[in-house]
Write a protein that binds this ligand. Structure first.
Ligand code: SAM
Length: 378
């Protein structure tokens, strides 16, 4: 045997990464079918055989139910003793619709408009999604914000505690939420504010207030009051959630809406920058900073994608954030946002992050003040 023939050749790469991606498509639709068939809800009452489950879910052939259940088991979504199926711990918590932590609606809506994905190549060639895809996203927003409301309410509660404990907010003043969605952020912040009483709440019917009440809300001093801005299709969701609170809801583009300058104790930009073009996102950040009173705090919440030029390991660790950014690109002109970009946009306006809170994994919330403030720099 020659020295040459003893050289160790690098192993040929296997196709597993490619199959993982192909199989991800099928796994998504298997989970969607299981949700549509009510499999997780049925199993919330206890384990069942394929025949029992097929009967309960209207599947005509128990062999099909078995096949679907086997794949869901392989994916960690069901367990089996060889005879009966049961929910895995994750499914019991996140896929039973009646569970407090249910992600069922998120499974349906978080990929955005489904027609955006087969059209992704042409979206990237054209530089923007076709108008019907963008329109479909606008139509989807009410369901999307409803699906994320519970999580956002919890995140906002955590942020409110942080603001109060750091002495960044005394619980009073005006709160402005640009792209308020379900109103979950405003609801949690108002509840955390001094004097706010979510049970009785003061204030007029937000459905009738619109722009005319902006001044009134801004003038409230002792307790927190709020203004929420969102698209006309989405505002009814916030109206319902915030009924009875001192909130003015403004329908329209958050870059154009008539809002009081330099008055807000808190401005919220939660999960909105990532869907905008860079110039509009930067303008929106500038607008949010302009709304702040001198000692006000801007909250920017997002799943930040890693900056360009990072390592393979960094991207691997950020697969969720990168997927979300590409999901944005499939139906908007946005490409997600990075933390260095946010810092640069703030710096040119004399503002900076004083703390970052991560109330749920990877969802990061920057607490931003103007650099003239007394809160220090991160
Ligand atoms: C991902 S949702 C986030 C909602 C909310 N901030 C939250 O964190 O739950 C994005 C929101 O921005 C709103 N939005 C998008 N474009 C907008 C615009 N040009 N003006 C006002 N709101 C807009 C959408 O309708 C949607 O409610």
């Amino acid at each position: 045997m020659t020295a040459r023939s003893r050289e160790v050749r690098p192993a040929e790469p296997g196709p597993a990464p490619v199959w993982d991606v192909i199989n991800g498509f099928a796994a998504y639709w298997a989970l969607s079918a299981a949700i549509d068939l009510d499999i997780f809800e049925q199993l919330a009452d206890g384990p069942a055989t394929s025949a029992e489950l097929a009967d309960a879910t209207g599947v005509s052939d128990a062999a099909d139910l078995t096949l679907l259940a086997q794949l869901l088991t392989a994916k960690g979504l069901l367990d089996t003793d060889g005879e009966r199926w049961s929910n895995s711990a994750a499914s019991a918590r996140f896929l039973v619709p009646s569970s407090a932590a249910s992600m069922v609606e998120l499974v349906r809506h978080s990929p955005g408009p489904k027609q955006g994905w087969p059209a992704l190549a042409s979206t990237l060639r054209d530089g923007r999604p076709a108008a019907p895809i963008t329109d479909a996203l606008d139509a989807l927003y009410p369901a999307l914000v409803a699906a994320t409301a519970a999580t956002q309410a919890a995140v906002a509660r955590g942020v409110a505690l942080e603001l109060r404990s750091r002495g960044l907010w005394d619980g009073t003043g005006l709160i402005v939420d640009l792209g308020c969605g379900s109103g979950a952020w405003l609801q949690s912040l108002l509840a955390a504010g001094a004097g706010a009483d979510p049970a009785t709440g003061a204030g007029a019917d937000p459905a009738t207030g619109a722009d005319a009440r902006v001044g009134a809300a801004a003038d409230a001093g002792a307790v927190a009051s709020a203004i929420g801005v969102d698209l006309p299709l989405v505002l009814p969701a916030a109206q319902e959630r915030l009924a009875g609170h001192d909130v003015t809801l403004v329908a329209g583009d958050y870059l154009e809406a008539d809002l009081p300058s330099r008055r807000a104790a808190i401005v919220v930009l939660a999960h909105v920058l990532r869907a905008e073009s860079a110039p509009r996102a930067e303008a929106l950040l500038g607008r949010a900073l302009d709304l702040l009173a001198e000692d006000g705090v801007l909250l920017v919440a997002d799943y930040f994608r890693p900056p360009d030029g990072a390592s393979t390991d960094t991207y691997a660790a950020a697969v969720h954030d990168l997927t979300l950014a590409l999901t944005m690109r499939a139906s908007t002109v946005g490409r997600g946002i990075t933390e260095p970009t946010l810092a640069a946009w703030c710096a040119t306006r004399g503002a900076h992050t004083v703390a970052v809170v991560e109330p749920v994994p990877r969802q990061r919330v920057h607490l931003i003040t103007s650099s003239g403030g007394t809160h220090g720099t991160l």
